[in-house]
Design a protein. Structure first.
Length: 120
């Protein structure tokens, strides 16, 4: 199948992040609730179970309407084996910084994969 066929219905961003990141993205208009009351975001705090984060990651990566999944890097670290196993083109997975946790390129699984492919 052509990439355009695979991606034509993918028009949402999904987000797994801390409250500040989610709030900013919701204010920017990223939030969506579908007809089944499924949200396209998960707010993670210190009480959020790892299994809840992994379940949201699984759900968002399997949805056919999500084009890009944004995840705070410090949250991705909590489910690193799951993130590292993810190999699909859609939805694209991007690790982003948060207010309290700066971006660390050495932890980014996508960047590591690109460096490996380019021989760096």
């Amino acid at each position: 199948m052509a990439t355009s066929v695979l991606s034509k219905d993918r028009n949402l961003l999904a987000v797994i992040g801390d409250e500040d990141s989610i709030t900013g993205l919701l204010l920017a208009g990223v939030g969506h609730v579908n007809e089944n009351q499924k949200k396209n975001f998960l707010i993670v705090d210190s009480k959020t179970q790892i299994s809840t984060i992994e379940a949201a990651f699984q759900e968002f990566t399997e949805r056919k309407d999500v084009a890009i999944l944004l995840i705070n890097q410090h949250i991705a670290e909590k489910i690193r084996p799951t993130v590292d196993k993810y190999q699909q083109a859609f939805p694209a997975l991007l690790e982003i910084p948060s207010k309290d946790h700066p971006y660390d390129p050495s932890k980014d699984s996508i960047l590591k994969r690109v460096q490996k492919l380019s021989g760096d």
